[in-house]
Design a protein around this ligand. Sequence first.
Ligand code: SAH
Length: 399
Amino acid sequence: MKNPACAVVLKQGREASVARRHPWLFSGAIQRVNGSPCMGETVSVMASDGNVLAFGAYSPHSQIRVRIWTFEMKEIGPAFLRSRLECAIEARNNIRVASRTDSYRLVNAESDGLPGLIVDKYGAFVVCQFLSAGAEYWRNEIAAQINGLVWNRGIYERSDTDSRTKEGLDSRVGVISGEEPPEFLETLEGECRFLVDIRRGHKTGYYLDQRENRLAVSRYVWGREVLNCFSYTGGFGVWALKGEAKTVTNIDTSKEALELASRNVALNHLDTARLANIEGDVFKVLRAYRDTGRGFDAIILDPPKFAGTRADIEKAARGYKDINLLAFKLLRQDGLLFTFSCSGLLKPELFQKIVADAALDAGKNVQIIKRMGQAEDHPTALNFPEGTYLKGLACLVCG
Ligand code: SAH
């Protein structure tokens, strides 16, 4: 094999994370760089004694200076990328995710051994995000390999996230190959259908990571008045109506998302008379409900990421406490709260404590009846615990 021309050499005693096969190498662990690697170029990772430990992608602008592709003596190129993509696709076959939905994540970045690469499949369309210098470097090769491995009508790029900025990359959106996706693509999630806007929707169009939790919610809400906070296009709301909720009220700041939420209810032949959409700020709407004494039998809280950096954690914690406290106040006796946090930096123990504090302040006796997380097609590699970000608690108010 051809060795990379450039290398990063670790400081003495800083091999531990590489030895544990963690895919990130922070700038502080690096003693020096041999050569002048360009953005995304493959470099060798060397111990201070010159021993080659890994190969990774160099990212000059990020604190994560190298994202490791492999800890084995393998050349990074078309054959390597193809084999990693094949493994990721095979893993989805092994968990039979396609038997439950036509839209799911094919590649989950670091956890599938492809740092910075997200590949989601929506029916016949594939959506890619190249979020790191290394993924960007190999963009055309990766897209070509996906075309060979996954039958599709079109591959679309949604490399328009904040994380690209940290890597020093501009955003890029558009067709990579094949057809342009339709304005709204009809997808199938279990027994429900959803319209997805691949080109302009959040993330790659839809929150695939909440799939299992939407199904779980539908099992508990029969006959209940449900409040779906941060509803986006109404995923939880549709599933709640499917589970024969008495009513569903969606709240979101996005008018477009709520319009799609109404269309999604109609698409599933569910009773639109049982649906209300409120365009507004959840924090304000919940306060208004509290002040007017409006109650609910089930509340879903699925806010956007409150903590993007470590510095945000405290403020984020106050935000989570606030909405959970308000939700407990609005819940009637025997009410259910489905509460989520997708901030990876906020650990599950802290999240549970915040929810516990909220229940205490609301004067409610609460049990956790179910713990929830991201769907199975968003796996976490054991050498990359940072891959776990979504956590949820289903809580029952007992008194
Ligand atoms: N539960 C959804 C995903 C929610 S994403 C699903 O399963 O598909 C978070 C949503 O919160 C986004 O649609 C965003 O528009 C909305 N949002 C963000 N801040 C908000 C606020 N303060 N009040 C209401 N909605 C908000």
